[in-house]
Design a protein around this ligand. Structure first.
Ligand code: OMP
Length: 275
């Protein structure tokens, strides 16, 4: 998907919501458990309920890989029912030497390999340029680099300063802009790290940010919106558990929660977004 198509969809739906498909056989309502493919049926209910309010879906690949070959089949089937205009993120957090990275890119971007045709993939940039550029070689596909993540362990490395006083995540933002552009690279910044968002925007004013951590992890959607928006809106805010496990009747509860987030986003678009 191209940048302008994503922005257009956000402005049309008045939403920058990404629904995370972290679909866990242990957590889905019992009525799905008797289905032939419980996770697919659950995902189908979530997608049907939320497609009017979401501009992106993010299947977390770990939840599918953990199910073995059946999990891959479920992932493929899920991708087929996501409306074509909605942005898709393979949350796989890959990162390896160049020839291996190319294999990962083919897996998720080139349907002639596994039947998967994601718009983007999350990438751990720790191994540097040659581990990232293979993902950028695919037209209209995106690499979403981990910058400042939402988890407690993010403090272990990401805020370490170099001799010039620049933190590790700031170096990631700065250096990686030599490899890709606002048209094919985004950054992950956790919603639990809004105190750093203004700093992030100094280093990456024009890129899209994927922001997980509202909902179950407690990040503030208003602060993310206030400090994170740019001239393209520039935000995809993910919620997984807060939407998909909000009640026993998945269709009703996921719709309710997604609508609630979208309505809040509409307010923030009016308040903070300037064309
Ligand atoms: O890359 C991610 O998506 C990600 C980065 C990060 O810093 N924190 C984070 O929670 N995530 C993912 O975002 C989702 C958050 O899920 P919930 O906490 O249930 O909304 C999970 O799929 C995480 O793997």
């Amino acid at each position: 998907m191209k940048l302008n198509e994503l922005v257009q969809q956000i402005l049309q739906k008045k939403s920058y919501l990404c629904v995370g498909l972290d679909s866990d056989p242990k957590l889905i309502p019992s009525k799905f458990k008797t289905e032939k493919d419980p996770i697919f049926s659950f995902n189908q209910a979530v997608i049907e309920a939320t497609a009017d309010y979401a501009v992106a879906y993010k299947p977390n690949i770990a939840f599918y890989e953990a199910l073995g070959p059946k999990g891959w089949e479920t992932l493929q089937k899920t991708m087929e029912i996501i409306p074509k205009e909605i942005f898709t993120i393979a949350d796989a957090k890959r990162g390896d030497i160049g020839n291996t990275a190319t294999k990962y890119a083919q897996t998720f971007f080139d349907p002639s390999f596994c039947g998967l045709d994601f718009d983007s993939i999350t990438v751990a940039p720790y191994m540097g340029e040659d581990s990232v550029t293979p993902f950028l070689a695919f037209e209209n596909k995106w690499a979403i680099l981990l910058a400042l993540t939402s988890n407690p362990g993010s403090l272990d490395f990401q805020l370490i300063k170099d001799e010039s006083g620049k933190t590790f995540y700031q170096n990631v933002l700065e250096k990686s802009q030599e490899w890709g552009s606002v048209e094919n690279m985004m950054y992950v910044v956790g919603a639990t790290r809004t105190d750093y968002l203004q700093e992030v925007r100094k280093f990456a004013p024009n890129h899209f940010l994927l922001v997980p951590g509202v909902g179950a992890q407690g990040g503030s959607l208003e602060d993310v919106s206030k400090y994170g928006m740019n001239k393209n809106v520039g935000l995809l805010v993910n919620s997984s558990r807060g939407i998909i496990y909000a009640g026993e009747d998945t269709f009703i509860s996921a719709k309710r929660e997604a609508k609630k987030v979208q309505e809040e986003m509409e307010i923030y678009l009016e308040k903070y977004y300037e064309l």
